[in-house]
Design a protein around this ligand. Structure first.
Ligand SMILES: Nc1ncnc2c1ncn2[C@@H]1O[C@H](COP(=O)(O)OP(=O)(O)O)[C@@H](O)[C@H]1O
Ligand SMILES: [Mg+2]
Length: 376
Protein backbone atom coordinates (compact mmCIF):
# COMPACT_ATOMS: atom_id res chain seq x y z
CA UNK A 1 0.00 0.00 0.00
CA UNK A 2 1.37 3.44 -0.85
CA UNK A 3 1.41 5.97 1.89
CA UNK A 4 -0.90 8.91 1.34
CA UNK A 5 1.20 11.99 0.70
CA UNK A 6 -0.03 15.03 2.55
CA UNK A 7 0.16 18.31 0.73
CA UNK A 8 3.20 20.09 2.22
CA UNK A 9 1.62 23.54 1.80
CA UNK A 10 -1.06 25.34 3.77
CA UNK A 11 -2.67 28.73 3.41
CA UNK A 12 -5.53 30.81 4.75
CA UNK A 13 -4.96 30.24 8.45
CA UNK A 14 -1.97 30.72 10.73
CA UNK A 15 0.60 27.95 10.29
CA UNK A 16 2.86 26.10 12.71
CA UNK A 17 5.22 23.16 12.89
CA UNK A 18 6.44 21.84 9.55
CA UNK A 19 4.32 24.39 7.71
CA UNK A 20 6.02 27.29 9.44
CA UNK A 21 9.40 28.68 8.44
CA UNK A 22 10.88 30.26 11.58
CA UNK A 23 11.93 33.91 11.54
CA UNK A 24 14.75 33.58 13.99
CA UNK A 25 16.20 37.09 14.05
CA UNK A 26 12.83 38.72 14.43
CA UNK A 27 11.87 36.22 17.11
CA UNK A 28 14.93 37.08 19.18
CA UNK A 29 14.36 40.79 18.77
CA UNK A 30 10.71 40.70 19.76
CA UNK A 31 11.43 38.42 22.72
CA UNK A 32 14.13 40.80 23.94
CA UNK A 33 11.72 43.71 23.95
CA UNK A 34 8.89 41.83 25.61
CA UNK A 35 11.14 40.34 28.28
CA UNK A 36 12.22 43.87 29.14
CA UNK A 37 8.66 45.09 29.27
CA UNK A 38 8.85 47.10 26.13
CA UNK A 39 5.55 46.91 24.29
CA UNK A 40 5.83 46.01 20.62
CA UNK A 41 3.77 46.81 17.52
CA UNK A 42 4.39 44.67 14.44
CA UNK A 43 3.22 46.37 11.27
CA UNK A 44 2.91 44.44 8.05
CA UNK A 45 0.57 43.66 5.18
CA UNK A 46 -2.20 41.15 5.54
CA UNK A 47 -1.35 37.50 4.80
CA UNK A 48 2.33 38.04 5.55
CA UNK A 49 2.45 35.74 8.53
CA UNK A 50 2.02 38.10 11.47
CA UNK A 51 -0.43 35.94 13.37
CA UNK A 52 1.62 32.79 12.78
CA UNK A 53 4.69 34.62 13.99
CA UNK A 54 3.01 35.95 17.12
CA UNK A 55 1.64 32.53 18.07
CA UNK A 56 5.12 31.11 17.61
CA UNK A 57 6.76 33.77 19.79
CA UNK A 58 4.13 33.25 22.45
CA UNK A 59 4.76 29.52 22.49
CA UNK A 60 8.50 30.10 22.93
CA UNK A 61 7.90 32.56 25.74
CA UNK A 62 5.56 30.10 27.41
CA UNK A 63 8.40 27.58 27.44
CA UNK A 64 10.48 30.23 29.18
CA UNK A 65 7.88 30.50 31.93
CA UNK A 66 5.64 33.29 30.67
CA UNK A 67 1.89 33.25 30.67
CA UNK A 68 0.30 34.65 27.59
CA UNK A 69 -3.02 35.25 26.07
CA UNK A 70 -3.95 36.03 22.56
CA UNK A 71 -6.79 38.42 21.79
CA UNK A 72 -8.18 38.49 18.29
CA UNK A 73 -10.14 41.67 17.70
CA UNK A 74 -10.43 41.52 13.92
CA UNK A 75 -14.22 41.43 14.03
CA UNK A 76 -15.03 43.68 16.96
CA UNK A 77 -17.46 46.55 16.52
CA UNK A 78 -18.02 47.73 20.10
CA UNK A 79 -16.73 47.80 23.65
CA UNK A 80 -18.89 44.80 24.37
CA UNK A 81 -17.17 42.83 21.61
CA UNK A 82 -13.77 43.91 22.88
CA UNK A 83 -14.60 42.80 26.42
CA UNK A 84 -15.94 39.54 25.16
CA UNK A 85 -12.78 38.78 23.14
CA UNK A 86 -10.60 39.75 26.08
CA UNK A 87 -12.41 37.47 28.47
CA UNK A 88 -12.53 34.73 25.87
CA UNK A 89 -8.76 34.91 25.44
CA UNK A 90 -8.24 34.60 29.17
CA UNK A 91 -10.72 31.79 29.45
CA UNK A 92 -8.95 29.78 26.80
CA UNK A 93 -6.89 28.43 29.67
CA UNK A 94 -8.89 26.85 32.40
CA UNK A 95 -6.73 27.97 35.29
CA UNK A 96 -6.99 31.53 34.07
CA UNK A 97 -10.73 31.31 33.76
CA UNK A 98 -10.91 30.36 37.42
CA UNK A 99 -8.42 33.02 38.47
CA UNK A 100 -10.30 35.70 36.59
CA UNK A 101 -13.50 34.72 38.40
CA UNK A 102 -11.66 34.89 41.71
CA UNK A 103 -10.18 38.30 41.00
CA UNK A 104 -13.37 39.83 39.62
CA UNK A 105 -16.30 38.29 41.51
CA UNK A 106 -18.67 40.73 39.80
CA UNK A 107 -18.01 39.06 36.50
CA UNK A 108 -18.60 35.53 37.71
CA UNK A 109 -22.38 35.34 37.27
CA UNK A 110 -22.00 36.64 33.72
CA UNK A 111 -19.45 34.10 32.57
CA UNK A 112 -20.19 30.63 31.36
CA UNK A 113 -18.01 27.85 30.13
CA UNK A 114 -19.26 24.65 28.58
CA UNK A 115 -17.59 21.60 27.25
CA UNK A 116 -19.62 19.60 24.80
CA UNK A 117 -19.47 15.99 26.09
CA UNK A 118 -19.71 14.53 22.61
CA UNK A 119 -17.19 16.66 20.73
CA UNK A 120 -15.06 17.97 23.59
CA UNK A 121 -15.50 21.40 22.10
CA UNK A 122 -15.29 24.31 24.51
CA UNK A 123 -17.64 27.20 24.33
CA UNK A 124 -17.41 30.36 26.24
CA UNK A 125 -20.15 32.86 26.96
CA UNK A 126 -20.34 36.30 28.44
CA UNK A 127 -23.89 37.47 29.07
CA UNK A 128 -23.84 41.22 29.05
CA UNK A 129 -27.08 41.79 27.15
CA UNK A 130 -28.56 44.35 29.49
CA UNK A 131 -25.30 45.90 30.63
CA UNK A 132 -24.97 49.64 30.05
CA UNK A 133 -21.96 51.10 28.28
CA UNK A 134 -20.78 52.29 31.69
CA UNK A 135 -20.92 48.73 33.08
CA UNK A 136 -18.99 47.45 30.12
CA UNK A 137 -16.32 50.09 30.40
CA UNK A 138 -15.95 49.26 34.07
CA UNK A 139 -15.65 45.58 33.29
CA UNK A 140 -12.96 46.27 30.68
CA UNK A 141 -11.00 48.25 33.25
CA UNK A 142 -11.44 45.54 35.88
CA UNK A 143 -10.21 42.85 33.53
CA UNK A 144 -7.24 44.92 32.39
CA UNK A 145 -6.14 45.74 35.89
CA UNK A 146 -6.48 42.12 36.97
CA UNK A 147 -4.02 40.98 34.30
CA UNK A 148 -0.88 41.28 36.40
CA UNK A 149 -2.46 39.19 39.12
CA UNK A 150 -3.28 36.32 36.81
CA UNK A 151 0.30 35.19 36.27
CA UNK A 152 3.86 36.03 37.21
CA UNK A 153 5.02 37.27 33.83
CA UNK A 154 2.25 38.00 31.43
CA UNK A 155 2.27 38.73 27.71
CA UNK A 156 -0.87 40.03 26.08
CA UNK A 157 -1.03 39.81 22.33
CA UNK A 158 -3.68 41.82 20.52
CA UNK A 159 -3.98 40.87 16.86
CA UNK A 160 -5.15 43.42 14.28
CA UNK A 161 -5.18 46.10 16.96
CA UNK A 162 -5.96 49.01 14.61
CA UNK A 163 -9.58 47.94 15.09
CA UNK A 164 -9.41 49.74 18.42
CA UNK A 165 -9.23 52.99 16.50
CA UNK A 166 -12.44 52.15 14.60
CA UNK A 167 -14.59 52.20 17.69
CA UNK A 168 -16.27 55.57 17.89
CA UNK A 169 -15.60 56.38 21.52
CA UNK A 170 -13.46 59.52 21.23
CA UNK A 171 -10.38 57.46 21.99
CA UNK A 172 -11.60 56.00 25.28
CA UNK A 173 -10.36 52.47 24.61
CA UNK A 174 -7.00 53.67 23.32
CA UNK A 175 -6.53 55.86 26.38
CA UNK A 176 -7.66 53.12 28.76
CA UNK A 177 -5.23 50.65 27.27
CA UNK A 178 -2.43 53.16 27.58
CA UNK A 179 -3.13 53.73 31.24
CA UNK A 180 -3.04 50.03 31.99
CA UNK A 181 -0.02 49.37 29.83
CA UNK A 182 1.88 51.91 31.87
CA UNK A 183 0.65 50.70 35.24
CA UNK A 184 0.70 46.93 34.92
CA UNK A 185 3.76 45.27 36.34
CA UNK A 186 5.41 42.26 34.72
CA UNK A 187 3.11 42.60 31.77
CA UNK A 188 4.06 43.29 28.16
CA UNK A 189 1.84 43.90 25.18
CA UNK A 190 2.45 42.66 21.68
CA UNK A 191 0.29 44.17 18.94
CA UNK A 192 0.00 43.43 15.26
CA UNK A 193 -1.63 45.55 12.64
CA UNK A 194 -2.07 45.60 8.89
CA UNK A 195 -3.69 48.96 8.21
CA UNK A 196 -0.55 51.01 7.95
CA UNK A 197 -2.09 54.44 7.51
CA UNK A 198 -4.31 54.03 10.56
CA UNK A 199 -1.49 52.66 12.70
CA UNK A 200 0.98 55.35 11.73
CA UNK A 201 -1.40 57.97 12.95
CA UNK A 202 -2.08 56.09 16.19
CA UNK A 203 1.63 55.83 16.94
CA UNK A 204 3.03 59.08 15.59
CA UNK A 205 0.39 61.64 16.39
CA UNK A 206 1.40 63.30 19.64
CA UNK A 207 -2.23 63.99 20.52
CA UNK A 208 -3.07 60.30 20.64
CA UNK A 209 -2.65 57.92 23.59
CA UNK A 210 -0.34 55.45 21.83
CA UNK A 211 2.20 58.13 20.98
CA UNK A 212 5.65 56.84 21.99
CA UNK A 213 4.14 54.01 23.95
CA UNK A 214 5.46 51.12 21.89
CA UNK A 215 8.43 49.98 19.93
CA UNK A 216 7.20 49.59 16.37
CA UNK A 217 8.74 47.04 14.04
CA UNK A 218 8.20 46.63 10.32
CA UNK A 219 7.27 43.03 9.69
CA UNK A 220 9.81 42.01 7.06
CA UNK A 221 9.50 39.95 3.90
CA UNK A 222 11.34 36.67 3.92
CA UNK A 223 14.84 36.54 2.44
CA UNK A 224 16.21 33.88 0.10
CA UNK A 225 15.61 31.22 2.71
CA UNK A 226 11.90 31.19 1.90
CA UNK A 227 12.44 30.05 -1.69
CA UNK A 228 14.83 27.34 -0.53
CA UNK A 229 12.30 26.21 2.05
CA UNK A 230 9.54 26.02 -0.57
CA UNK A 231 11.77 23.99 -2.91
CA UNK A 232 12.48 21.58 -0.07
CA UNK A 233 8.80 21.25 0.73
CA UNK A 234 8.24 20.18 -2.89
CA UNK A 235 11.16 17.81 -2.62
CA UNK A 236 9.55 16.16 0.43
CA UNK A 237 6.84 14.82 -1.90
CA UNK A 238 9.29 14.10 -4.73
CA UNK A 239 8.45 17.11 -6.86
CA UNK A 240 11.31 18.89 -8.53
CA UNK A 241 11.26 22.69 -8.54
CA UNK A 242 13.99 25.23 -9.25
CA UNK A 243 14.63 28.16 -6.94
CA UNK A 244 14.22 30.84 -9.62
CA UNK A 245 10.68 29.67 -10.34
CA UNK A 246 9.76 30.37 -6.75
CA UNK A 247 11.63 33.69 -6.79
CA UNK A 248 9.50 34.74 -9.78
CA UNK A 249 6.33 33.61 -8.08
CA UNK A 250 7.23 35.69 -5.03
CA UNK A 251 7.66 38.75 -7.25
CA UNK A 252 4.28 38.22 -8.84
CA UNK A 253 2.42 38.12 -5.52
CA UNK A 254 4.21 40.98 -3.74
CA UNK A 255 6.15 38.38 -1.76
CA UNK A 256 3.05 37.42 0.19
CA UNK A 257 3.73 34.07 1.93
CA UNK A 258 0.06 33.17 1.97
CA UNK A 259 -0.20 33.36 -1.80
CA UNK A 260 3.11 31.62 -2.36
CA UNK A 261 1.84 28.73 -0.27
CA UNK A 262 -1.57 28.84 -1.95
CA UNK A 263 -0.15 28.55 -5.46
CA UNK A 264 2.27 25.86 -4.33
CA UNK A 265 -0.57 23.96 -2.70
CA UNK A 266 -2.34 23.78 -6.06
CA UNK A 267 0.83 22.84 -7.86
CA UNK A 268 1.58 20.10 -5.35
CA UNK A 269 -1.93 18.74 -5.81
CA UNK A 270 -1.66 18.59 -9.59
CA UNK A 271 0.46 15.42 -9.91
CA UNK A 272 3.31 17.15 -11.70
CA UNK A 273 6.75 15.60 -11.42
CA UNK A 274 8.50 18.91 -11.86
CA UNK A 275 7.31 22.50 -11.80
CA UNK A 276 7.84 24.87 -14.74
CA UNK A 277 7.19 28.56 -14.90
CA UNK A 278 4.20 28.00 -17.20
CA UNK A 279 2.64 25.80 -14.49
CA UNK A 280 2.99 28.64 -12.02
CA UNK A 281 1.42 31.16 -14.40
CA UNK A 282 -1.47 28.82 -15.13
CA UNK A 283 -2.15 28.16 -11.47
CA UNK A 284 -2.02 31.86 -10.69
CA UNK A 285 -4.38 32.70 -13.58
CA UNK A 286 -6.82 30.08 -12.46
CA UNK A 287 -6.91 31.38 -8.89
CA UNK A 288 -7.20 35.01 -9.97
CA UNK A 289 -10.01 33.94 -12.32
CA UNK A 290 -11.87 32.28 -9.48
CA UNK A 291 -11.99 35.62 -7.68
CA UNK A 292 -13.09 37.59 -10.73
CA UNK A 293 -16.65 38.07 -9.54
CA UNK A 294 -15.57 39.54 -6.22
CA UNK A 295 -13.03 41.80 -7.89
CA UNK A 296 -15.56 43.02 -10.45
CA UNK A 297 -18.03 43.80 -7.68
CA UNK A 298 -15.41 45.71 -5.77
CA UNK A 299 -14.37 47.67 -8.85
CA UNK A 300 -17.99 48.55 -9.65
CA UNK A 301 -18.44 50.02 -6.20
CA UNK A 302 -15.80 52.67 -6.87
CA UNK A 303 -16.04 56.07 -8.55
CA UNK A 304 -14.58 56.46 -12.02
CA UNK A 305 -11.51 58.33 -10.84
CA UNK A 306 -10.90 55.73 -8.14
CA UNK A 307 -11.11 52.99 -10.78
CA UNK A 308 -8.57 54.79 -12.94
CA UNK A 309 -6.30 55.32 -9.98
CA UNK A 310 -6.37 51.62 -9.24
CA UNK A 311 -5.54 50.79 -12.83
CA UNK A 312 -2.62 53.18 -12.63
CA UNK A 313 -1.41 51.69 -9.37
CA UNK A 314 -1.73 48.15 -10.75
CA UNK A 315 0.37 49.03 -13.79
CA UNK A 316 2.90 51.38 -12.25
CA UNK A 317 2.98 51.07 -8.49
CA UNK A 318 6.02 53.33 -8.37
CA UNK A 319 5.98 57.04 -8.79
CA UNK A 320 2.26 57.32 -9.45
CA UNK A 321 2.35 61.11 -9.62
CA UNK A 322 4.41 61.28 -12.79
CA UNK A 323 2.80 63.52 -15.40
CA UNK A 324 2.85 61.02 -18.24
CA UNK A 325 1.03 58.45 -16.10
CA UNK A 326 -1.69 60.90 -15.18
CA UNK A 327 -2.29 61.58 -18.86
CA UNK A 328 -2.12 57.92 -19.80
CA UNK A 329 -4.70 56.94 -17.20
CA UNK A 330 -6.93 59.98 -17.80
CA UNK A 331 -6.58 61.46 -14.34
CA UNK A 332 -7.25 65.18 -14.49
CA UNK A 333 -4.84 66.51 -11.87
CA UNK A 334 -2.49 65.56 -9.03
CA UNK A 335 -4.99 66.70 -6.38
CA UNK A 336 -7.67 64.52 -7.97
CA UNK A 337 -5.27 61.59 -7.78
CA UNK A 338 -4.39 62.42 -4.19
CA UNK A 339 -8.00 62.40 -3.09
CA UNK A 340 -8.72 59.13 -4.92
CA UNK A 341 -5.70 57.58 -3.23
CA UNK A 342 -6.93 58.77 0.12
CA UNK A 343 -10.34 57.20 -0.47
CA UNK A 344 -8.83 53.91 -1.65
CA UNK A 345 -6.62 53.79 1.44
CA UNK A 346 -9.59 54.46 3.69
CA UNK A 347 -11.34 51.49 2.06
CA UNK A 348 -8.28 49.36 2.73
CA UNK A 349 -7.75 48.56 -0.97
CA UNK A 350 -4.27 50.04 -1.19
CA UNK A 351 -1.70 50.82 1.48
CA UNK A 352 1.42 52.94 1.75
CA UNK A 353 4.81 51.34 1.62
CA UNK A 354 6.72 52.83 4.51
CA UNK A 355 6.66 56.60 4.50
CA UNK A 356 6.85 57.17 0.73
CA UNK A 357 3.96 59.17 -0.56
CA UNK A 358 4.10 58.04 -4.18
CA UNK A 359 4.34 54.25 -3.82
CA UNK A 360 1.68 51.77 -2.94
CA UNK A 361 0.93 48.14 -2.52
CA UNK A 362 -2.39 46.48 -3.07
CA UNK A 363 -3.91 44.97 0.02
CA UNK A 364 -4.69 42.01 -2.22
CA UNK A 365 -1.94 41.42 -4.81
CA UNK A 366 -4.23 39.10 -6.77
CA UNK A 367 -6.62 41.99 -7.27
CA UNK A 368 -3.73 43.93 -8.83
CA UNK A 369 -2.95 41.02 -11.16
CA UNK A 370 -6.60 40.80 -12.20
CA UNK A 371 -6.79 44.54 -12.86
CA UNK A 372 -3.65 44.52 -14.91
CA UNK A 373 -4.91 41.72 -17.11
CA UNK A 374 -8.27 43.39 -17.51
CA UNK A 375 -6.74 46.42 -19.18
CA UNK A 376 -3.83 44.89 -21.03
N1 LIG B 1 6.59 31.62 8.78
C1 LIG B 1 5.88 31.15 7.76
N2 LIG B 1 6.34 30.12 7.01
C2 LIG B 1 5.63 29.65 5.98
N3 LIG B 1 4.46 30.16 5.57
C3 LIG B 1 3.94 31.19 6.26
C4 LIG B 1 4.62 31.74 7.38
N4 LIG B 1 3.91 32.74 7.85
C5 LIG B 1 2.81 32.83 7.07
N5 LIG B 1 2.80 31.90 6.11
C6 LIG B 1 1.74 31.72 5.09
O1 LIG B 1 0.86 32.83 5.15
C7 LIG B 1 -0.46 32.42 5.52
C8 LIG B 1 -1.09 33.49 6.37
O2 LIG B 1 -0.42 33.61 7.62
P1 LIG B 1 -1.00 34.50 8.79
O3 LIG B 1 -0.11 34.27 9.96
O4 LIG B 1 -2.46 34.22 9.00
O5 LIG B 1 -0.80 35.98 8.19
P2 LIG B 1 -1.33 37.39 8.73
O6 LIG B 1 -1.67 37.22 10.17
O7 LIG B 1 -0.20 38.34 8.50
O8 LIG B 1 -2.53 37.74 7.88
C9 LIG B 1 -0.29 31.06 6.16
O9 LIG B 1 -1.43 30.24 5.99
C10 LIG B 1 0.89 30.49 5.38
O10 LIG B 1 0.45 29.99 4.14
MG1 LIG C 1 -3.53 37.61 11.10
Amino acid sequence: MTKLKLNPFKFGNPVEGDYYLPREKLTQLVKQFLQNQIHVVLIGPRRFGKTSFVLNVLKELENDGYDFFFVDIFNITSHKDFLSQLVRAISAKKKWYKRLQDKIPKLRPKMSFDIDQATGEQSFGLSMEDASDKDIKEAIQDVLSSLEKLGKNVIIAIDEFQKIADIADSGWLEATLRTHMQQLKNTSFLFTGSRRSIIYDMLNNSARPFYRLCQSIEFPSFGDEFSTWIVNRFKSISIDCQIDIIDDLRDLVQDTPNYVQMICFHLAASHLKSIHSTDVKEALDRIVGQNAYAYQTQLNSLSRIQQRTLRLAAHEPQNVYSKSLLTKFEITSPPALASAIKALKAKGIIEDIGAKKSQFVFDDPLFAIWLKKLFD
